[in-house]
Design a protein around this ligand. Sequence first.
Ligand code: FA5
Length: 345
Amino acid sequence: MIDDIARIGASAPARISAMASLDELRALEAELLGKTGELTALKKGLGTLDPEERKIAGQAMNEARSTLEALLADRRSVLENAQRAITLASERLDLTEITDELERGTVHLVTQTWDRLVDVFLGMGFTVAEGPEVETDWYNFEALNIPAAHPARGMWDTLYVDLGDPETVLMRTHTSPVQIRVMTDGEPPIYAIMPGRVYRRDTADASHMPVFHQIEGLVVDRNISFADLAGTLEAFTSAYFGGSIHSRLRPSYFPFTEPSAEYDINCVFCEGSGCRTCGQTGWLELGGCGMVHPTVLSNVGLDPEEWSGFAFGFGLDRLALMRHGVDDIREMYTGDVRFLEQFPS
Ligand code: FA5
């Protein structure tokens, strides 16, 4: 029996270290030490030995079992570490890799357009002013010669703020109230542009958003004429769109300008020959303009006999659409990176 124990003990280290997986190791452990294992089978024969031999064989068997258990534990630890390393490698998150692939974002198309318009007008000698998005009825309507119940209020579907008397505080429907602020805060001569966000109860479609941007222009000086307005808009058009695009003014109506006009440019898609976007007219409408109404000048304490001026207001988002050939304004506001990254800043 001692020989059998010695044989098992001698062959075990090589057999144990040959085990390549935890499953194989578990099977070998059962073979060596389990209920039906080799040592257990020998143990059953101890009873047949005389007491002295039984003592020696029993001791040898215990030593062999302890040695095998230690070898099995060592091998198990090696295999468990190897298994853990494989798992860790497969689940590894390489954060440095993400840093490498991280791409620089771009300035939003609306912001790019805003910055570019400001650049163009600064180059033409204008200053920049801004006003609040929450306005009072006075600045948004009254001072602009649109009294309460004036039918022209229907031109701007207004979002009112639940503050103070009913319908006295509102989200500005256009940037024109900033004209009033510029004229009351400063003195002519005034050559200012006023970009900003505006709000209307408009349903979003390919050319409308309930929240969009406008850029307002205001000139007040002595002897300003309609020709100055037309010349300024033409100079802006070629500076912003390039020399092949021209402007035209069409008679229109705004309560705060007289005379009033719509400002159109040659269709940037067909350059004037007529296409689906411009409804075969060859022209695209970008905003309104006109000579500042004498009542508006009086409302801000300026003498219409001494001062005259012109104003304009364009859809800033629409300018961006025209310049970049985008056919749906809603694209600008989905936040879709695939759209935005087409306009690197
Ligand atoms: C005005 O808002 C006037 N305040 C413009 C003005 C200023 C006239 C100074 C005279 C003197 P209107 O409502 O037409 O006008 O809007 C001007 C431009 O804003 C439009 O031509 C269009 O380009 C843009 N716009 C209007 N509504 C929307 C909308 N829902 N979504 C996107 N752009 C719009």
